[in-house]
Design a protein around this ligand. Structure first.
Ligand code: NDP
Ligand code: 2IT
Length: 386
């Protein structure tokens, strides 16, 4: 169906099992977009924190010196994920070009606008989550306008989720990084967050130093105690466990949008569903990033650049599609959780708390080995369990 597609993660926690789960998620997510992309993921346990631009550049160059033989515009097309943003993609692309001596722009996405990047890609994941949550709220006769929102993280996904939520009239009161969280009852001052995070690359703690209305708290668990109508985790996997979910429900939250990949544990998901909390699952809710990456690949193949409006319009078509599929999945597969067992690629598939039928399980395993997973969409709910 297309080249492998997914992000690269640079974070000290990265290991083979994390990359496998992310790659597995990516297959389903990419499938939902309906665009010609297979699923992939990669990364390193390199820790970019505290490193100079020069050190980051050298690492990216060494990484690409090995990676280049495995990727290509028609083979596997990486993009960013945690710890990999525009700066890193630029260094990686520079080294790829140096080695290949060719204008293979489609080899990476999330590139700078002057060398084949697409308008709207930087914003796409964060905007996409909010578009998706807004669609979900509409179905329930609500809107994000006027709601109090907590958004975890302070990276690429979180920042543009805050931006779109604010544009649609929400009040975002808390964000975090891996050291701690800030609460600003006046509403987050996003340009200040961007200055601290995107430009100065400092800790979120700095926000409270510069903004008197804000408070900073050490540790990142406490962010889930902040009262909100809508909660949007945009930092990392398993950041909301059952205990956090109970606090979130107690605080009166009625909707959760998964911005990060698998940010809620299975137990938390089950609890939210049991309590009637609206849940936008990551595979659908954060697919806007990779969908726009696929549009960047199309532009690179055509050797043309679309305007923001053109990208946005195509993206809008995709949005409608993903949303419709999510509701199909709600009746079919949406409540399927992937319980991740031990350190190897061993998944126990659950559908509404029961094991998936062996037939569907086998199909999914074949899907994992190759690009034929589209079939799973065709199952009816009663075929899913033995
Ligand atoms: P970034 O590296 O830009 O930002 C990650 C943010 O989350 C940082 O603020 C980081 O803080 C924080 N964070 C990381 N780990 C933890 C933790 N254990 N506890 C609290 N905060 C933490 O990454 P992205 O914004 O790109 O990615 C965020 C999530 O969204 C990931 O799950 C990623 O897989 C997912 N995603 C990303 C897409 C993209 O297009 N970039 C697309 C779809 C999903 P600190 O700086 O202290 O590490
Ligand atoms: O998890 C993800 O979807 C991403 N990190 C983005 C992947 C991409 O190829 O744009």
């Amino acid at each position: 169906i297309g080249p492998y597609k997914g992000g690269l993660r640079f974070h000290p926690s990265v290991n083979l099992s994390i990359i496998k789960f992310l790659g597995f998620e990516q297959i389903f997510k990419n499938s939902l977009t309906g665009l010609p992309i297979g699923g992939g993921k990669g990364g390193s346990d390199f820790d970019p924190k505290g490193k100079s631009d020069n050190e980051i550049m050298k690492f990216c160059q060494s990484f690409m010196t090995e990676l280049y033989r495995h990727i290509g515009p028609n083979v596997d097309v990486p993009a960013g994920d945690i710890g990999v943003g525009g700066r890193e993609i630029g260094y990686l692309y520079g080294q790829y070009k140096r080695i290949r001596n060719a204008n293979d722009q489609g080899v990476l996405t999330g590139k700078g606008l002057t060398y084949g990047g697409s308008l709207a890609r930087t914003q796409a994941t964060g905007f996409g989550i909010i578009y998706f949550v807004e669609e979900m709220l509409k179905e329930a006769g609500k809107t994000i306008n006027g709601q109090t929102v907590v958004i975890s993280g302070a990276g690429n996904v979180a920042i543009y989720a805050v931006k779109k939520a604010q544009e649609l009239g929400a009040k975002v009161v808390a964000m975090c990084d891996s050291s701690g969280y800030i609460v600003d009852e006046d509403g987050i001052d996003l340009p200040l967050v961007q200055q601290i995070k995107e430009i100065e690359r400092k800790r979120i703690k700095e926000y409270a130093v510069r903004k008197p209305s804000a408070k900073y708290f050490e540790g990142n668990k406490g962010i889930w105690t902040v009262k909100a109508d809508v909660v949007i985790p945009c930092a990392t996997q398993n950041e909301i466990d059952l205990n956090d979910a109970k606090i979130i429900v107690e605080n009166g939250t009625f909707a959760v949008g998964e911005g990060a990949n698998m940010p809620c544990t299975n137990e938390a998901v089950e609890y939210f569903l049991e309590k009637g909390v609206l849940l936008a699952p990551a595979k659908a809710a954060n697919a806007g990033g990779v969908a726009t990456s696929a549009l960047e690949m199309s532009q690179n193949s055509m050797r043309l650049s679309w305007t923001f409006e053109e990208v946005d319009e195509k993206y809008d078509n995709y949005k409608q599609r993903v949303h419709r599929k999510n509701f199909y999945l709600r009746n079919g597969l949406q409540e399927m959780g992937f319980k991740y067992v031990e350190k190897d690629v061993k998944y126990e598939m659950l559908y509404v708390g029961k094991k998936l039928s062996s037939k569907v399980y086998d199909e999914l395993m074949v899907a994992y080995a190759g690009p034929v997973y589209h079939k799973f969409r065709d199952y009816q709910a009663d075929e899913l369990i033995d």
